[in-house]
Write a protein that binds this ligand. Structure first.
Ligand SMILES: [Zn+2]
Length: 391
């Protein structure tokens, strides 16, 4: 089992400069390797493989001890592999008939991380004062806010800069946990627009107040940024503020999701969700969903691994009709997005629209073969729900 633990680094000014320099070298290397691939293809019509690139840049590294040579050798390999993967993904998507963007050169604002193998160019030193050693940057202070599990082995390390703060992500290899047998109720969850989440038992979850406040601040900062003249010092300042607020929102949201998904995974034995990818395809194109989607994707990801450890089953279902069908009798009640309450003309059920959807989602997951009375469409269940996959 692989888990990532992230810790904040507190480099001194000199160390921060050294880390910046390493990041700069990493970016230069990445761009040079990309350029090599493009040039060789233009001149010979052939691609360049990872081993060929490594041979080239290994020599270059030895020839330039003050620049590229400052980067750890394994780190250089990881970087070249990163590019190799980018190309592999590009060609795979091309083959599949999609329209992928060509791998791009990385500008200063698009390159944030260096990868290492633990013990090779970097090392976590546990002690009274936990430090993180980085080759050519030195012993950097770590805020060691939580201990590593006893039986963890650190495999891969990523050093990241986000809005001028540094973090280290430790990829840990842990023995597979013993998964407990779960008993507990089942729940359906609708990921709505008016409510963040609606549960089939009637619970509504909203964005917490402090997150809404940060989002409001972010909107103001973004407006300020858009009014500033391009290339001006004021604009740079405004952009830095937007980046800081983005980071704060992301942190608050992650924290919130961590706590909520923990609670859900520990309470229920089965959690049914809409299949997000399908939900996007069926969603109204006019809805501006992107930020919202990003949050929900994170929610699903965190829920998936917490549920796995807790022995809770997470099932995704086709979202078709889940918001329109009546969860009591199955009749389809068409309603606009602005209509927040589900009122059934047939059986008289009156319920919050999203709670009604959550109940339908739960039904699809628990009883995929459910069919309604003749001539009635039951909440997208039936054959389509058989495609439900475990997250
Ligand atoms: Zn009804």
């Amino acid at each position: 089992m692989i888990r990532t633990y992230r810790y904040r680094l507190y480099p001194t000014n000199a160390q921060a400069r050294a880390l910046d320099f390493l990041l700069w070298q990493g970016r230069t290397l990445y761009n040079a390797a990309l350029e090599q691939r493009i040039t060789v293809y233009r001149e010979t019509g052939k691609g360049v493989s990872y081993p060929q690139q490594w041979a080239h840049f290994r020599d270059l590294r030895h020839a330039n001890p003050d620049t590229l040579g400052q980067l750890n050798a394994t780190s250089v390999q990881q970087m070249l592999r990163r590019l190799d993967k980018t190309f592999a993904a590009f060609f795979r998507r091309l083959k599949a008939g999609e329209k992928p963007g060509f791998p791009r050169f990385k500008g200063r604002d698009r390159f944030h991380s260096l990868e290492y193998r633990h013990g090779d160019g970097c090392k976590l030193r546990l002690g009274a004062r936990t430090m993180f050693y980085v080759q050519n940057a030195g012993e950097v202070k770590v805020k060691f806010h939580r201990p590593l599990p006893d039986d963890a082995t650190i495999k891969h390390v990523v050093i990241k800069r986000r809005a001028s703060k540094w973090h280290v992500c430790l990829m840990l290899d842990l023995p597979d946990p013993v998964i407990p047998e779960r008993t507990g109720p089942a729940v359906g969850i609708d990921m709505g627009l008016a409510h963040l989440l609606a549960l089939s038992d009637g619970t509504l979850v909203e964005n917490p107040r402090w997150l809404r406040q940060s989002l409001a601040q972010l909107r103001v900062a973004q407006r300020r940024l858009s009014r500033r003249q391009k290339g001006s010092a004021h604009r740079r300042k405004a952009a830095a503020q937007v980046a800081r607020l983005h980071e704060r929102v992301a942190n608050q949201r992650r924290d919130f999701w961590h706590k909520l998904t923990r609670q859900l995974a520990d309470t229920y034995s089965l959690i049914a969700l809409e299949n997000l990818t399908l939900a996007f395809m069926t969603a109204n194109r006019h809805l501006a969903l992107s930020a919202h989607d990003a949050g929900l994707a994170e929610f699903q990801q965190l829920l998936a691994y917490k549920a796995e450890e807790a022995g809770t089953l997470v099932v995704t279902v086709n979202p078709a009709y889940t918001s329109q069908a009546c969860s009591a009798c199955g009749v389809v009640v068409q309603k606009e997005l602005s209509v927040r309450v589900h009122v059934c003309p047939d059986c008289g059920l009156t319920l919050d629209r999203d709670v009604n959807a959550a109940r339908n989602i739960l039904m699809c997951a628990v009883n995929p073969a459910r069919t309604g009375p003749p001539g009635r469409n039951v909440a997208g269940c039936g054959a389509r729900a058989l495609e439900s996959s475990l997250l």
